[in-house]
Design a protein around this ligand. Structure first.
Ligand code: SDX
Length: 431
């Protein structure tokens, strides 16, 4: 007899099924609640609501656990790389040598950007926000590859492998292209080198001198992108699923995800953290004054890079990035004062009841910007890096929606709180 939940309202009792996931997560299935009781469930921001069953990523926020297809994030960060983890997240299994080579070949074959598409950039002011340019350029892929973006689940799934490789490879190249354009530098065509090295080449190579990253920089970028690859039903991934549920194609759905990620409470936080650290440094504060202000609770004074909607313990990614930070800066001989301030803030906050009582710990964004600075990536590109890293997760979630035979268009309900019925007032009678 499967478990059920009983709800008693208006002297009537309703029995609802209970769902239990493979990791023991429990849910009350409220899909019949409105039809049987006339009530909907209400959960502003969906923080306590499951929108789907997914097999991609498991998060345990209370215990700081993150696994992709069952593999713990620390093992993937230690042993895998971005390309292999992207394959795992999308296809569900670690690739064998042939699968890994085929996937890598597809990513390299589709790394370049069509000259006509390069011309789109000329239409933007050089000062335009990179995420605004990236979201529109990714949406434009649907125009350049209409046969892969038919807005028909069956057709688009048939071409999924190619569309997925194009999306992941081109988000990376477009990111570098936007950087070059904003700095008045020519587009660097991709080379036949690994994914991350190609990105760094396309960002930093000059006409007569190819940029060849040190092994430390290459490894750090790989780890950074890998750690961002997927993260359950976060704001941008839920957005990709929401848009994909209307049968919108992969590129269009990814463009919506990029828009959601650009917000400072989500993917924009890595930029906000470095700006916060820089302002603390410029004000000759060791962080003490800032921490006091951050406890005011106002959204504009927050300790950016701290707190998380799910983790009420350390974000496991933050620990890995903090260590990678030390490694890269030591190996590159960089002494970034912002790292010392970040460590001060972390130590102070982790002893402060305001943060401890609210279970606010460093999240993925707290140290990631410092690594990107060390690699030479400018602040306004940090969220673009997040998008490049998150692209496999978005692709995998879009595929789950498209391939779900019992899937439905996302259409939440609401509780109306506006004016009740009233009659039209002609202009002559208005005050
Ligand atoms: C990402 O969802 C994901 O998985 C996202 C992500 C991913 O990989 O996709 O992990 C990436 O988005 C990481 C989060 C990046 N954002 C930031 O670092 C911005 C700073 N953090 C916060 O704005 C906040 O913590 C959120 C948005 C991350 C989470 O917000 P919640 O869970 O809705 O928390 P809340 O706003 O309800 O705050 C609860 C309390 C409040 O205080 P009280 O009203 O109880 O007195 O905690 C306080 C808040 O004022 N608070 C903070 C704080 N975060 C929450 N106070 C100071 N500094 C902070 N950072």
């Amino acid at each position: 007899m499967s478990k059920t939940a009983q709800i008693k309202v208006d002297d009537k009792e309703y029995v609802l099924p209970v769902m239990v996931g493979t990791e023991g997560e429990k849910a009350i299935d409220t899909r019949t609640l409105r039809a049987t009781s006339g009530y909907i469930a209400y959960d502003q921001g969906y923080g306590n609501t499951g929108s789907c069953e997914s097999s991609i990523t498991y998060l345990d926020g209370d215990n700081g656990i993150l696994r992709h297809r069952g593999y713990p994030i620390d093992q993937l960060a230690q042993n895998s790389n971005f390309g292999e983890t992207a394959y795992l997240i999308i296809y569900g299994e670690l690739p064998n040598p042939t699968q890994r080579r085929t996937f890598g070949d597809l990513l390299r074959q589709h790394a370049a950007i069509d000259p006509q598409m390069q011309a789109i950039l000329q239409g933007y002011p050089k000062s335009a926000p990179p995420m605004a340019m990236l979201s529109s350029l990714i949406a434009a892929l649907a125009a350049y590859y209409p046969h892969l973006a038919t807005n028909n689940f069956e057709n688009d799934l048939k071409n999924f492998d190619l569309a997925a490789a194009i999306a992941i490879s081109k988000i990376r190249t477009l990111g570098a292209m936007i950087y070059r354009y904003q700095n008045g530098l020519p587009y660097n065509p991709p080379k036949d080198v690994p994914f991350c090295d190609n990105f760094l080449h396309m960002m930093f190579s000059e006409l007569y001198k190819d940029f060849v990253p040190s092994p430390e920089v290459s490894r750090a970028l790989n780890t950074l992108l890998l750690l961002h690859a997927d993260h359950e039903q976060n704001c941008s991934t839920s957005t990709v699923r929401m848009v994909g549920s209307s049968a919108a194609n992969l590129f269009t759905s990814l463009s919506a995800g990029i828009c959601a990620l650009s917000g400072p409470l989500h993917g924009g936080a890595n930029t906000a953290v470095v700006q916060m650290l820089q302002s603390i440094h410029d004000e000759h504060d060791d962080g003490t004054r800032f921490i006091a202000a951050a406890k005011s609770g106002s959204k504009s004074n927050r300790l950016m890079g701290f707190g998380h909607a799910v983790y009420k313990n350390f974000d496991p990614r933050a620990k890995i990035i903090a260590k990678a930070c030390d490694d890269v800066l030591n190996k590159l001989g960089i002494n970034d004062p912002l790292l010392a301030i970040a460590k001060n803030l972390e130590q102070a906050a982790l002893k402060d009841d305001y943060f401890l009582s609210r279970k606010l710990y460093p999240n993925v964004d707290f140290y990631s910007g410092i690594i990107m600075r060390a690699i030479g990536i400018p602040e306004n590109m940090f969220t673009v890096m997040f998008a490049i890293g998150r692209s496999p997760g978005w692709v995998a979630n879009w595929r789950e929606v498209a391939a779900n035979p019992k899937g439905r268009i996302y259409r939440p309900r609401q509780i109306y709180a506006g004016p009740v019925k009233r009659d039209y007032v002609p202009m002559a009678q208005r005050g």
